[in-house]
Design a protein around this ligand. Structure first.
Ligand SMILES: Nc1nc2c(c(=O)[nH]1)N[C@H]1C(S)=C(S)[C@@H](COP(=O)(O)OP(=O)(O)OC[C@H]3O[C@@H](n4cnc5c(=O)[nH]c(N)nc54)[C@H](O)[C@@H]3O)O[C@H]1N2
Ligand SMILES: Nc1nc2c(c(=O)[nH]1)N[C@H]1C(S)=C(S)[C@@H](COP(=O)(O)OP(=O)(O)OC[C@H]3O[C@@H](n4cnc5c(=O)[nH]c(N)nc54)[C@H](O)[C@@H]3O)O[C@H]1N2
Ligand code: SF4
Ligand SMILES: [Mo]
Length: 715
C-alpha cells in the first residue's frame, strides 16, 4: 500500500454539521474497496476546522465505504423496452432517453408536465443549476425538493418573525455561552454527535439544558430538565410556558416595546393556555413547566433551538412561532448569546433552500413572485423575465399528483429517495410508477432508482468540488480528492448534457467554480447574498457566513455575518414580529380503532433513507433493521416481549418490525426509525397531512394500532 503525499481537506458527505475531515489517498490495487488504478481514500481527523475540531461520528468515519465500486453505480442504466428490466447503457443513450422523456411530456401535456425534484444534500452549485434548468430549459413551474420535508416549517416561522431565515443566526459555538438552552424535538447525541461538545461546555460553564422530547433520548439524559409532551403538542406547551412568563411578571417589557410588534395578540393567546389546560393537552406536569420557566428566565441569557421533533407537524410553523414568541417576550433574541435557532438537517439543508430549487424561490433566497427578483435573476440568466414560470407545487403535492391529469408526467430526480423517505410512501411509490418517464441521478441503486426509466450514476463528495452551507450559514468548500470511476459523471455534467440535448447549449457550466461565480451574481442583493464570497476566500478563512455582499464603490471588504439581528431584525421596520397562534390538534388523534400515537425519527448509525449507510458494512451491522419502541406497560398489555415481531397499522397501511421494550418512550406512544424500505418501512404508516404555510408533512405524529404479528408458524 502506498499513500499519496497530498491529503485533501474536505467535509463529511452527510449531515448539516459538515464536519471537516482530511482525505488521504491510498493506492492499494488488491483492496476490494479500491476504485480505478487501485485508489481509494482514508478518512482522517482535521482538528483545525472550527465546527467539529476533529471529532467525527461513525457515519463520517466510514463515509469512504460508499466510494467502492461494489457499493455504488458505475454505469448508466435504462429500462429495456422489450424486457422491461433495467440494463446497462452508454451515456449517450441514457442522456438521450432522459431528454426525450422530459421533452415528450412537455410536448404532450404542457411545460409543467416535466418536473424536477432535488435534494438538500446537493452542493450550492448543483441546487442553483437545477433550479435554472427547471426555469430556463424545461420552463416548468414544478420543481421542489426534499428540504420541504426537513426544516421548511422553521424557515417559514423565522421569515415571519425575523424577516430572514438562516437556521442558526449565530455560530454553533455560541450555544456553549448561553445561560439556559431549551432544545425542542432534537436528539443531537444521535443526529449530530460532535455538536454535543458545545452542549457539555454550556453545562460545564454553569448553564442549564432543558430538553423537550416524548422520548428519553441520549440527549435528554444529559439535560437538567426533561419535558415529555405527547407528540404533536409542543405548540400548547410553548403557549403554556409563555402564560407562566406573563403570570409571573417575567416579560422583558423594554425589549418588547423597543424591538417587537404584535405582543398584545400573542399575550392574549398565551393567557388562554393556562397551565392546567396545557398539562391536560401535553401530559407535562405544571410543576415541570414552572421549573422550565424558572431555568429559562433566571439565567442571564437563553436560547431555544428546535429540530424535526417540533417542526414536522401540520402545525409546525405555528409551533416554531410559539417558541420564538417565548424568546421575544423574555428578550432572548437579537442579543449576544441569546436567540432562537433551528438545527437544520441535511448536508446542504441551508444552501439548498437559498438558490432556487424550492418551488417558490429564485437564487439569493428571492421570491419567484417578486417582479424585481425575477428581473434580476432573468438578467443574470440572459432570458426575458416573462418566460420565467411562477411558483409550482410543494414536494408532497408534486409527488401526490405524479402521472395524473394536470400533474407531472416526466420527472428528473436528483438527490432524494422518496420511496423510503416520503410520507404515505406506498402511495408515493404508486405515483412514481405511474410516470411516463422517471430519471434518477444517484450515486447508488436506491429503491427509487429501481423504479426509474433512466438511472444516471453520479460522482460523490470525495470526487467533486463545490460549496455547501452548513447549519450556521457558513459557506464551506467540498474539495475533490480523487477521480470518479470511468462510467460515472458529475451532477453538473448531467445537467449540462441534458440542457444541451434540450436545445440550451450555454449556461450550464461543468466546472463548479464557474457555476459559483454565476451564483454569486444571481444572489447579489438578495437576502442570502453570496456575492462577496469566492473559493479562495473560503479556503483561506475556513468558511464565510452569509450575507456577504461584494466589496465595491463605497463598499469595503465585507467580513461575512456570523451573528444576525444584534442591531435590528431583517423586517422592514427592524422589529421582530410575534406570531398570533393558538393550540390545535394533530391532523390525526388517537381513537378507538387507532389508540396510540406513532412518532418517527433517526438512529445514530443510519442516514435518512439509508441509501448510503445501509451499504456501509459497519453501519449496517450496528443497526441492521427497523424496530418499534414500546413502553413496558404497553408491552404487557399487548402480551409482547423484547424482540416480538409487531404489526403496526395506521389508516394508510401496516408494517412489521420487532419490538424494543423500553421505558424511554411514553406508554401512549410508539417510535419507529424511518431508514429502511420493505415490510418495516415507517413511512408506509405516516400521515401526509400538510402544514398550510410550509407544506411540511406530519411525519412526527399519526394514530396507529399495534399488535403481535401473526407469524407463519402461528397461523
Ligand atoms: N444519525 C443521523 N443523523 C442525522 C440524520 C440521520 O438520518 N441520521 N439526518 C440529518 C437530518 S436531514 C436531519 S433533519 C436531522 C434531524 O435531527 P433530529 O431532529 O435531532 O432527529 P429526529 O430523530 O428526526 O427527531 C428528534 C427527536 O424528536 C423527537 N420527537 C418526536 N415527536 C416529537 C414531538 O411531537 N415533539 C417533540 N418535542 N419531539 C418529538 C423524537 O423522539 C426524536 O428524539 O438529523 C441529521 N443528522
Ligand atoms: N417518517 C419520517 N420520514 C422522514 C423524516 C422523518 O423524520 N420521519 N425526515 C425527513 C427529512 S428531515 C429528510 S431530510 C428526508 C430525507 O430523505 P431523502 O430525501 O430520501 O434523503 P436521502 O436518503 O439523503 O437521499 C438522498 C439520495 O440521494 C443520493 N445522493 C447523495 N448525494 C448525492 C449527490 O450529490 N448527487 C446525487 N445525484 N445523489 C446523491 C443518495 O444516495 C440517496 O439515494 O426524509 C424525510 N422523511
Ligand atoms: S456529525 Fe454529521 S457531518 Fe459530522 S461526521 Fe457525523 S454525519 Fe458527518
Ligand atoms: Mo432533514
Amino acid at each position: 500500500m502506498t499513500s499519496g503525499a497530498q491529503p485533501a481537506d474536505t467535509h463529511c458527505p452527510y449531515c448539516s454539521l459538515q464536519c471537516g475531515m482530511r482525505l488521504r489517498r491510498i493506492v492499494s490495487p488488491e483492496s476490494p474497496g479500491a476504485g480505478p488504478g487501485g485508489t481509494t481514500v482514508a478518512v482522517e481527523e482535521r482538528p483545525d476546522f472550527p465546527v467539529n475540531r476533529g471529532a467525527l461520528c461513525g457515519k463520517g468515519r466510514s463515509a469512504a465505504a460508499v466510494l467502492a465500486p461494489g457499493a455504488r453505480l458505475t454505469a448508466p442504466l435504462v429500462r429495456d423496452r422489450r424486457t422491461g428490466r433495467l440494463r446497462e447503457a452508454g451515456w449517450d443513450e441514457a442522456l438521450g432517453r432522459a431528454a426525450e422523456g422530459l421533452a415528450d411530456a412537455a410536448a404532450r401535456h404542457g411545460r409543467d408536465a416535466a418536473g424536477v425534484f432535488g435534494g438538500g444534500g446537493l452542493t450550492n452549485e448543483k441546487a442553483y443549476l437545477l433550479g435554472k434548468f427547471a426555469r430556463v430549459v424545461l420552463r416548468t413551474a414544478n420543481i421542489d425538493y426534499n428540504g420541504r420535508f426537513c426544516m421548511s416549517s422553521a424557515a417559514a416561522a423565522q421569515r415571519a418573525a425575523f424577516g430572514l431565515d438562516r437556521g442558526l443566526p449565530f455560530p454553533l459555538a455560541d450555544i456553549a455561552r448561553t445561560g439556559c438552552l431549551v432544545l425542542v424535538g432534537g436528539n443531537p447525541a444521535d443526529t449530530m454527535p460532535p455538536a454535543m461538545r458545545y452542549f457539555r461546555a454550556q453545562q460545564a460553564a454553569g448553564g442549564t439544558l432543558v430538553v423537550v422530547d416524548p422520548r428519553r433520548t441520549r440527549t435528554a439524559e444529559t439535560a437538567d430538565l426533561h419535558l415529555r409532551p405527547a407528540p404533536g403538542t409542543d405548540l400548547a406547551l410553548a403557549l403554556g410556558l409563555l402564560h407562566l412568563v406573563v403570570a409571573d411578571g417575567r416579560v422583558d417589557e423594554a425589549f418588547v416595546a423597543a424591538r417587537t410588534t404584535g405582543w398584545e395578540r400573542a399575550r392574549e393567546a398565551a393567557m388562554a393556555h393556562w397551565p392546567e389546560r396545557v398539562e391536560r393537552l401535553t401530559g407535562v406536569p405544571v410543576a415541570a413547566m414552572r421549573r422550565a420557566v424558572e431555568l429559562f428566565c433566571d439565567a442571564p441569557t437563553g436560547m431555544v433551538l428546535t429540530a424535526r421533533g417540533g417542526e414536522q407537524h401540520s402545525k409546525g410553523v405555528d409551533t416554531v412561532g410559539a417558541w420564538i414568541n417565548l424568546c421575544l417576550a423574555t428578550g432572548r433574541a437579537g442579543r449576544p448569546h441569546s436567540g432562537y435557532g433551528c438545527l437544520t438537517g441535511q448536508g446542504n439543508g441551508q444552501g439548498g433552500r437559498e438558490h432556487g430549487q424550492k418551488a417558490d424561490q429564485l437564487p439569493g433566497y428571492r421570491s419567484i413572485t417578486d417582479p424585481a427578483a425575477r428581473a434580476h435573476v432573468a438578467a443574470v440568466w440572459g432570458v426575458d423575465p416573462d418566460t420565467l414560470p411562477g411558483p409550482g407545487r410543494s414536494a408532497y403535492e408534486l409527488l401526490d399528483t405524479l402521472g395524473t391529469d394536470g400533474g407531472v408526467r416526466a420527472l428528473l430526480l436528483m438527490g432524494s429517495n422518496p420511496v423510503v423517505s416520503a410520507p404515505h410512501a406506498s402511495h408515493v411509490t404508486e405515483r412514481l410508477r405511474a410516470l411516463d418517464c422517471l430519471v434518477v441521478c444517484d450515486v447508488v441503486r436506491s429503491e427509487t432508482a429501481e423504479l426509474a426509466d433512466v438511472v444516471l450514476p453520479t460522482a460523490q463528495w470525495a470526487e467533486e468540488t463545490g460549496t455547501m452551507t452548513n447549519l450556521e450559514g457558513r459557506v464551506i468548500l467540498r474539495r475533490r480528492a480523487l477521480d470518479p470511476p470511468p462510467g460515472v459523471r458529475t451532477d453538473l455534467d448531467v445537467l449540462h448534457g441534458l440542457a444541451e440535448r434540450l436545445g440550451v447549449g450555454k449556461g450550464f457550466p461543468t466546472e463548479a467554480e464557474e457555476a459559483f461565480e454565476e451564483l454569486r451574481e444571481a444572489s447579489a442583493g438578495g437576502q442570502a447574498d453570496y456575492s462577496g464570497i469566492d473559493y479562495a476566500r473560503i479556503r483561506a478563512e475556513d468558511g464565510v457566513f452569509w450575507p456577504c455582499p461584494r466589496a465595491g464603490a463605497g463598499r469595503p471588504h465585507h467580513p461575512g455575518t456570523p451573528r444576525l439581528f444584534l442591531d435590528r431584525f431583517a423586517t422592514p421596520d427592524g422589529r421582530a414580529r410575534f406570531a398570533d397562534v393558538s393550540h390545535r390538534a394533530a391532523a390525526e388523534e388517537p381513537d378507538a380503532d387507532y389508540p396510540l400515537r406513532l412518532t418517527t425519527g433517526r438512529v445514530l448509525a443510519h442516514y435518512q433513507s439509508g441509501a448510503q449507510t445501509r451499504r456501509t458494512p459497519e453501519l449496517d451491522r450496528a443497526a441492521p433493521g427497523p424496530f418499534v419502541e414500546v413502553h413496558p406497560r404497553l408491552a404487557a398489555r399487548l402480551g409482547v416481549a423484547d424482540g416480538t415481531p409487531l404489526t403496526v397499522t395506521s389508516r394508510r397501511g401496516s408494517v412489521t418490525a420487532p419490538a424494543v421494550v423500553t421505558d424511554r418512550i411514553r406508554a401512549d406512544t410508539v417510535f419507529m426509525p424511518f431508514h429502511w424500505p420493505g415490510p418495516g418501512r415507517a413511512n408506509t404508516l405516516t400521515n401526509p397531512a400538510l402544514d398550510p404555510v410550509s407544506r411540511m408533512p406530519e411525519f412526527k405524529v399519526c394514530a396507529v394500532r399495534v399488535e403481535a404479528a401473526v407469524t407463519e408458524g402461528a397461523r
